[in-house]
Design a protein around this ligand. Structure first.
Ligand code: PRP
Length: 191
């Protein structure tokens, strides 16, 4: 693996990264804030089910869940989106459903990023139809400039510009997911 400059005393920053957008510390602090807010909002709920959207949300979900002070379950869903492909724009396909039924339960969808909004729109409509007791979304990153469909985000970590970001669960061709920070990829890597 090629490594470049060091980020503080922590991780090496790969050469493919143009810039660190969000440091490990910045992300950790914001995730703690979101967990505090979510714990307060669900204080009266019997239980909440966090539904992580694979693969990108796995690290955000793990960190968020461990800071919650309310009872919760964890489940996952996997989708395939064709937003960047040649197939019809916005088409989302369910690859793996949740293990447990969400009927009458408080659902919190956990996403790493909202880009066009098609994926979250699909998820919110799907869970509302089942029907869940309530459906909200916790999203680490949002790219407002890329939005094609408006979606409500109840808990948002950060708004970011329209650059390709990797790390903390996010990938480029399945690489860079386990970087501890979020970095912008150099254009020449993906163009
Ligand atoms: C990413 C991300 C969201 C979706 C957002 O998933 O995790 O699920 O795209 O895009 P949208 O707002 O334009 O619908 P991706 O398809 O990259 O899969 P991955 O999480 O497995 O990397």
């Amino acid at each position: 693996m090629t490594t470049g400059k060091a980020q503080g005393n922590h991780a090496q920053v790969p050469e493919a990264i143009e810039q660190v957008l969000l440091s490990q510390e910045t992300i950790a602090a914001r995730v703690r804030e979101l967990a505090t807010q979510i714990s307060a909002d669900y204080a009266d709920a019997h239980s909440v089910v966090l539904i992580g959207v694979l693969k990108g949300a796995f690290i955000f979900l793990a960190d968020l869940a461990r800071h919650l002070t309310v009872p919760h379950h964890v489940d996952f869903i996997a989708l395939s989106s064709y937003n960047r492909g040649a197939v019809r724009e916005g088409e989302v396909r369910l690859i793996m459903d949740t293990r447990a039924s969400v009927a009458d339960r408080h659902v919190l969808v956990v996403e790493d990023i909202v880009d066009t909004g098609h994926t979250l729109d699909y998820l919110l409509r799907t869970f509302r139809a089942r029907p869940a007791a309530s459906v909200r979304a916790a999203v680490l990153l949002s790219k407002p400039d890329r939005r094609r469909v408006e979606v409500p985000i109840d808990y948002l970590g950060f708004k970011i510009p329209d650059v390709w970001v990797v790390g903390y669960g996010l990938d480029y061709a399945d690489r860079f997911r386990t970087l501890p920070f979020i970095g912008a990829l150099k254009r020449e890597v993906y163009e």
